[in-house]
Design a protein around this ligand. Structure first.
Ligand code: GLC
Length: 551
């Protein structure tokens, strides 16, 4: 297979603000490329694909957790924060990957998971062996139970993955875990925890890592005063209050943690970047993104919006206003490893229950792959024209749909078991990538893949799309390449046609981006079409299509 190369070798930019308008590509390492044939993707596999990554014209890779982990939650259960899972490689392999990316002009952002460790982390094992009230237990959140025999959990708090947020240990105490029971929550009032994460930030920054994606940044600090107050029920998708009053999520005091982190990140030249994953109301999100804290926070508003010009317009306007008011830069996300892929979402009926579709429990919910992909391409092209950073998820550049046909017995997401098989979970967007039309695991690796790939992956493979005019892969390449010219500043001007089902905005330098959400083809503004998410119809922009124009 030949991989189209960029125009010339790129070098890392010296711009300290490189992250403000970056194109960032998320790699879920166990599902990217398997070099050693154990069915799990690895670091050497990623390194072998650096030419492919360079051909995408991205600015940075965001690498999901690659740390030693028993994989109770896809690696978000970390047993050692300053090492590489031996199934994925070694620290030397990691260094080689960073060097190869940098040599191709690509920065490296890594995931850091501070809310909880794995239950196999030495500190949690030490806590289990230690007595109630010991210093070892103080690193986590242990409490006595309530009721007769203290046999009831200390509070009714629920885990994000279903079931209770407390698990009992043999001596009768309970520990808190906002996710799976294999992910005990750290006690962030503990100085040792606070200091250890600073050591981890320095450890990876010293190795040349350029930035950090901070997992569940909004839950580190908790109000653990007793009696415990009720928290919102995440299992039922409750909305957080906007005043920081929930005992578990989005507490005001969490910002002191990130102010300290920013001081450490600023010890480096250029300062290391950071982006918060914080599922909080918009008004609160911008607090995490302040320049004195992380600089960016993921904005999931478009990911939650329907295919609707009014919603897109409002989300874009409000987020750009927020960024302008605080000095942060906006972020845009359509897909990641936690949600149904956007090529599928846009192909389901508006407002459809994704989980019911995945379970096949509602026969009325049908996926239209053609519409889904057309809209996904249009949405991506729109997002790539916006000021701010675009976070892309591996496989979306191939137009992959969600893999719904995973049998129950192959599911890995802890959500499946913890909800008593009520929620199928996130495995359908984590199926290993197809690199070739056929062959062993569609080129993912020499000996199988840890989640089964469907037959239709072949026609969406890199091999099937590479160099093919009009393919989704070539669309991403063209757009990411042209996007470099949009970055001279962070301005956007609406051109006022949004009420007709058309979103039209301009960027400096004569760039225009037009998306047609309406059912009929529409005129394009004057200018030259530079990139288009689908073919024009007699010079008109068809429905569900975006064009970039240069005037
Ligand atoms: C974040 C991650 C998700 C993980 C959870 C617990 O939301 O994106 O994949 O399961 O945190 O670490």
């Amino acid at each position: 297979m030949t991989i189209a190369q960029g125009p010339s070798a790129r070098t890392i930019s010296t711009d300290p603000d490189w992250w403000r308008q970056a194109g960032v590509y998320q790699i879920y390492p166990r599902s990217f490329t398997d070099a050693d044939g154990d069915g799990l993707g690895d670091i050497a596999g990623i390194t072998s694909r650096v030419p492919y990554l360079a051909s995408l014209h991205i600015d940075a890779v965001w690498l999901s957790p690659f740390y030693p982990s028993p994989l109770a939650d896809g690696g978000y259960d970390v047993a050692d924060y300053r090492n590489v899972d031996h199934r994925l490689g070694t620290l030397a392999d990691f260094d080689a990957l960073v060097d190869a990316l940098h040599a191709s002009g690509i920065r490296m952002i890594i995931d850091i998971v501070p809310n909880h460790s794995s239950h196999l982390h030495p500190w949690f094992q030490e806590a289990l062996a230690a007595a109630p009230g010991s210093a070892a237990r103080e690193r986590y959140i242990f409490r006595d139970g309530v009721g007769p025999g203290a046999a009831q959990p200390p509070s009714a708090w629920g885990s994000n993955f279903g079931g209770p947020a407390w698990t009992r240990v043999p001596d009768g105490q309970w520990y808190l875990h906002l996710f799976a029971k294999e992910q005990p929550d750290f006690n962030w009032d503990n100085r040792e925890i606070q200091e250890d994460f600073l050591t981890t930030l320095r450890f990876w920054s010293d190795r040349g890592v350029d930035g950090f994606r901070v997992d569940v940044a909004n839950s580190l600090v908790k109000d653990l005063s007793e009696p415990f107050r009720a928290s919102i029920d995440r299992v039922l998708g409750g909305d957080l209050p906007i005043d920081g009053s929930d005992p578990l999520y989005d507490r005001d005091d969490v910002h002191a943690v990130f102010e300290r982190w920013r001081e450490v990140l600023n010890e480096y030249d250029p300062p290391r970047s950071a982006v918060a994953e914080a599922w909080v109301p918009r008004e609160r999100r911008l607090l995490y993104a302040r320049p004195t804290e992380l600089g960016q926070a993921f904005n999931f508003d478009l990911l939650l919006a329907g295919w609707n010009p009014r919603e897109f317009h409002d989300v874009i306007t409000s987020n750009l206003n927020d960024a302008a008011a605080t000095g942060a830069s906006s972020t845009w996300v359509l897909s990641n490893h936690d949600v149904v892929r956007h090529a599928t979402r846009y192909g389901l009926p508006g407002g459809a229950d994704h989980n019911a579709w995945l379970l096949g429990s509602d026969a009325a919910i049908l996926e239209d792959r053609e519409i889904g992909l057309r809209r996904a391409r249009a949405a991506t092209l729109l997002v790539l024209a916006l000021p701010g950073s675009a976070y892309l998820y591996q496989g979306e550049e191939l137009g992959l749909s969600e893999v719904a046909e995973l049998d129950d017995h192959v599911l890995q997401d802890p959500t499946w078991e913890r909800t008593g098989h009520q929620e199928k979970g996130r495995d359908g967007c984590r199926v290993p990538l197809p690199w070739t039309r056929g062959g062993e695991s569609f080129g993912f690796g020499p000996d199988g893949s840890h989640l089964p790939q469907p037959d239709w992956f072949g026609e969406l493979s890199v091999e099937a799309q590479d160099g093919v005019y009009g393919s989704t892969l070539e669309l991403y390449r063209a757009a990411l390449r042209a996007r470099a010219q949009l970055k001279s500043n962070e301005e956007l001007d609406w051109q006022g046609r949004d009420t007709e089902g058309i979103l039209h905005f301009s960027r400096p330098g004569g760039w225009h981006c037009v998306t047609n959400f309406s059912p009929e083809p529409v005129d394009l503004p004057a200018g030259v079409v530079v990139v288009c998410s689908g073919p024009l119809q007699k010079g008109l922009l068809p429905t569900d299509t975006t064009a970039w124009m240069l005037q």
